[in-house]
Design a protein around this ligand. Structure first.
Ligand SMILES: NC(=O)c1ccc[n+]([C@@H]2O[C@H](COP(=O)([O-])OP(=O)(O)OC[C@H]3O[C@@H](n4cnc5c(N)ncnc54)[C@H](O)[C@@H]3O)[C@@H](O)[C@H]2O)c1
Length: 344
């Protein structure tokens, strides 16, 4: 059936359930790779993230992040809000919306539930980066620190691309670790799933470790990881300074976004003049980032293995990946006549 024209002066709302269904037809790693490759030649663009932070009445940290971006002719922004206390009240930590705009008039044309897309694009960026530094099909041992949505989504995606034999999870909440282990056993039935009693024990033998916690206190030092391990530092404040400065190969998604960030450790090290960007002179007593993910995917990154030690990826998070995935979901929704038209 051909795509029907949009009703006049209306926009299409896609609920979380509709987004999840439409995402099944999309390869998120392919989409984020294409967005990375579109950036250097101007087919995509990002702006700095805007962040509003506050303390919720229960004393936990809350925030609202707004990430505008363009991917090809898809313009929009992600609004992703989170409160650390939500899981204790039975709610997801993060909720979000993605707003897509008409390229001709700039009027909003779509509002998509954003939590699923945000989690999936984050995992897809990790897997794209991992695939650029390792043979995905050969990966057998993975550790996940933090048993929340990000770890779950990473494991779901890794399960489809790797040959997992062992999955180890550690969470400061034993209940969340146990819940995660049960879900992981169903998700990856061929793997042995265990709960570790410490983060160190979890990452000790892992080829790939995913840090997806809510810590703001780095705790994961260089000597916990095998020399040939990869740490996907998704929550950005797990790796300690000695790991970021001493790892064999340090990868970021976007150096400018990392450099502008005043809150996470790598941004603070950059602002203190101790970490420089890819291709820049190495600061005395510090280091340069080795590569951005996009350069690795384009085959332009410096060779791996020059310096012994683990690979660390530090993905700040780029709105262009949310908009790219959302644009595919929106197009699929129009094709399938999914969603609810709302008057503008
Ligand atoms: N870099 C990116 O692009 C990006 C994108 C999305 C989310 N994130 C980050 O990923 C993190 C995880 O998000 P989520 O949605 O899975 O959160 P979540 O609340 O669903 O899960 C986090 C889990 O980590 C556990 N935890 C907290 N501190 C821990 C510690 N020190 N050691 C072990 N476990 C610990 C919690 O008990 C919880 O189960 C957040 O910090 C979020 O900001 C990063």
């Amino acid at each position: 059936m051909p795509t029907a024209p949009a009703p006049a002066d209306s926009l299409l709302y896609l609920s979380g359930a509709e987004v999840v269904e439409l995402l099944k037809a999309i390869d998120p790693v392919e989409v984020v790779t294409s967005a990375f490759l579109a950036l250097p030649n101007g087919r995509a663009e990002i702006t700095p993230e805007a962040a509003l932070r506050w303390t919720a009445p229960d004393g936990t940290a809350a925030r609202s992040l707004v990430l505008p971006a363009r991917y090809a002719d898809a313009y929009g922004c992600k609004i992703i809000n989170a409160c650390i206390g939500n899981p204790d009240h039975g709610l997801p930590r993060a909720h979000g919306l993605i707003v897509l705009a008409d390229p001709d008039t700039a009027a909003p044309i779509g509002i998509l539930e954003g939590g699923h897309i945000s989690a999936l694009r984050t995992a897809a960026v990790s897997v794209a980066a991992l695939g650029a530094v390792r043979d995905l099909g050969a990966i057998r041992h993975v550790a996940l620190i933090g048993g929340g949505r990000q770890s779950r989504t990473h494991l779901e995606l890794l399960a489809t691309r790797t040959s997992l034999a062992t999955v180890v999870v550690y969470d400061t909440s034993p209940e969340r670790a146990a819940d995660f282990a049960r879900a992981a056993a169903t998700l990856v039935p061929a793997a042995t799933v265990t709960v570790a009693d410490s983060a160190r024990a979890a990452v000790h033998r892992a080829e790939v470790s995913v840090a997806a916690t809510t810590t703001t206190t780095p705790y994961l030092p260089l000597d916990w990881l095998a020399l040939d391990a990869v740490l996907l530092n998704v929550s950005l404040d797990d790796a300690t300074e000695d790991l970021l400065l001493g790892c064999g190969y340090l990868v970021v998604d976007d150096w400018e976004l990392v450099r502008q960030d005043e809150t996470r450790l790598l941004g603070r090290l950059a602002r203190a003049g101790r970490v420089s960007g890819p291709g820049m002179p190495t600061p005395a007593g510090g280091r340069a980032v080795d590569a951005e993910v996009g350069a690795l995917l384009a085959g332009d990154g410096p060779a791996l293995g020059g310096v012994p030690g683990p690979v660390v990826t530090n993905p700040f998070g780029m709105g262009v990946h949310d908009i790219a995935v959302a644009a595919h979901v929106f197009a699929a929704a129009r094709d399938r006549h999914a969603g609810t038209w709302l008057p503008r």
